[in-house]
Design a protein around this ligand. Sequence first.
Ligand code: ZN
Length: 141
Amino acid sequence: MPRRRRCRRVASQPRFTYFKPIGIRAMDLEEVELGMDEFEAIRLKDYLGLEQNEAAFEMGVSQPTFHRIIDEAHRKVAKALIDGLLLRMSREDQVVIVEKESYRIFECFDCESRWSVDYGIPKPMKCPNCGSTLLARVKED
Ligand SMILES: [Zn+2]
């Protein structure tokens, strides 16, 4: 099966390379590889709790693309858990590693104030300065 070339932003390399069921030698296990973009999708949406549109924004992909990536990631992780596979984290060099801040910045269209919100905290509904609901995420690129 030919592999598509990928160029997607991920914030960090996985810290762990393999997960396997205990008591079975790795060489006796079927292996499934989680792509770095799939790992990143899980990290952003499932681990940090970002909304899908925020997670897609972080990775620099469209929402439909993000949806495909995380669907495939969930399918692989589920198969590894249920069937007892060796789950290997890919370290592809096609992806762009970006140093990410631990917060994102929002801007108010009414009073033009800007403020930061840590990841894991939901995106704000109102401007903390004037109470306006006309807010936008500021692109840092
Ligand atoms: Zn405001």
